[in-house]
Design a protein around this ligand. Sequence first.
Ligand SMILES: [Zn+2]
Ligand SMILES: [Zn+2]
Length: 412
Amino acid sequence: MDIMIPLGGGNEIGASAYLYMVGGKKILIDFGIRFDQRYPYPEPEFLKTLAPQLDAIILTHAHIDHCGAFHIASALYPDTPVYTTFETAELLSVMVEDAIKVRYIGKEESASNEYKLFDEAFLRIERKRFFSPINIGGVEITLYPAGHILGAAAVLLKWDEKVLFHTGDISLKDQITVKGAVLPEERVNFLVMESTYYYKKLEKEPEEKLEESIKRILERRGKILIPVFALGRAQEIISLIKNGIKKGTIPPVNVYVDGLAREICNIYEHNIDREFFNFFIQPAPGYEGLSFEEACEENIREADIIISTSGMLMENTPSYIYAKIIGKKEKNGIIFSGYLSEESFGYRLIKNRKQFKQFKCEILKHHISAHSKREELEKIKNTLNPEKLILIHGYPGKNSREHASNREVVHL
Ligand SMILES: [Zn+2]
Ligand SMILES: [Zn+2]
């Protein structure tokens, strides 16, 4: 009997973790975390009950909703290899350590055990190139480029003449920093596909709208904060602004990049053979003798655009501190660039604008996405033409027979 069970990331976005029992082997794809601090993990005990032994752990990419708790799963299976791409291995060491740091704010002394689990798990990672099959006795695993962000992989599983394609987070179209996904050419029986934007309508041409908003605010001599997700979105937006300045659609201005985004830019830069970021990243903050807040003020004086994490303006992150300063003046602007969870300050700021009188600036949202839109997801489905479609990683509407829920057993 071949099955798949979502332990998290089924009918939700967050805590992605999918257990496959196929061809007599047990394979875990991803083990991420949720933004909801009360239930951060995809049930490690339940995983251990379902699978006393595991043959492989695969990480599709370095967003923490896919890999943020992989060390917790890996600790349960110390002999099981963890497969991922070279780029993801490099990115996840920064991303997961940061996620641990954030989780233990205020209780730093209890974080050491989790750092230890992470260090041990990191040593179990086997780095793989795209298109080079891994054989685990009867099941063949191959990583395919998924677009989305640097290093992101989709997974092709083959066993007993069956073929399954697990998309992970996937972007079919090219972005500035990463090329679009490559789909397998062979016949696929089962397609397990993310559905972030399968059920939603998106703003048309958000890139152009972002450029227009930036230009408008700059022309009235306002300063701009763009809160960004550190990995993927930040690098795309920086590249977009850089291209805009080159084309003349955005005036030549100073752009500062701060927070975790800076570290991730450095990793992108040496993995992508193009000079994307040097022009913009400034060695700030860190002015001697200044508090973090004073350094931010100093940066805002010098820069016209600040790009900083967190993307959702979570309290006490650099972007939150910048927002408080930028928000004071009417001519300034804060432009959100992606998803805002209901727990975030950014969400509350947009929803209940009037409650935050100290924010006098313009507040906008342009959704720059690294996921396939509905039409692209349909194109993936039509190209692969599977016998069975299983949707995951989304919030299904009422009539979605194809969507798998957490803890549901999906027969393959
Ligand atoms: Zn992702
Ligand atoms: Zn995701």
